[in-house]
Design a protein around this ligand. Sequence first.
Ligand code: PNS
Length: 158
Amino acid sequence: MRRVVCPGSFDPITNGHLDIIGRSARLYDEVTVAVLINLEKSSLFTVDERIEVLQTVTKEYPNVKVRKFHGLLVDFCKENDIPAIVKGIRVVSDFDYELQMAQLNYRLSGVETLFMPTNPEYSFLSSSRVKEIARYGGDVSGLVPDLVHKLLIERLRG
Ligand code: PNS
């Protein structure tokens, strides 16, 4: 069984994340989407809300499961027998940060990191920008799944 993890905060999931998850699901037998529990960072959606949304929007992929984790990602990988992490790279500047993390994670545990170029259609996209646009009434349809679009409007303007 070839397993990978797609980790992140997913506050909220964007179409860029979903593209990486879907492409991973076509390449690997099992993809675990791992949502970081970060008590130091304030979030718009709770971890459980994010998990529910992720489960709904990845329903079309039977080999995708959604879990939460805290602490080190490599410990989560070891506990779940996952040998590799998939990370989307949007722009060259992502690579600086991701390369350091990948090398550290490998040094810590031997867990590999695989970089997948983001679909250029979404290379400008981030959860933070999506929240900012939605907060000030901008249109984020097409940037996030329809369910997330609806939830953002409810949460930020409702
Ligand atoms: O969506 P994000 O916030 O960019 O995701 C970042 C994430 C969750 C992938 C990263 O912060 C992470 O792996 N955090 C867990 C702590 C950890 O393992 N740090 C790496 C030490 S080298």
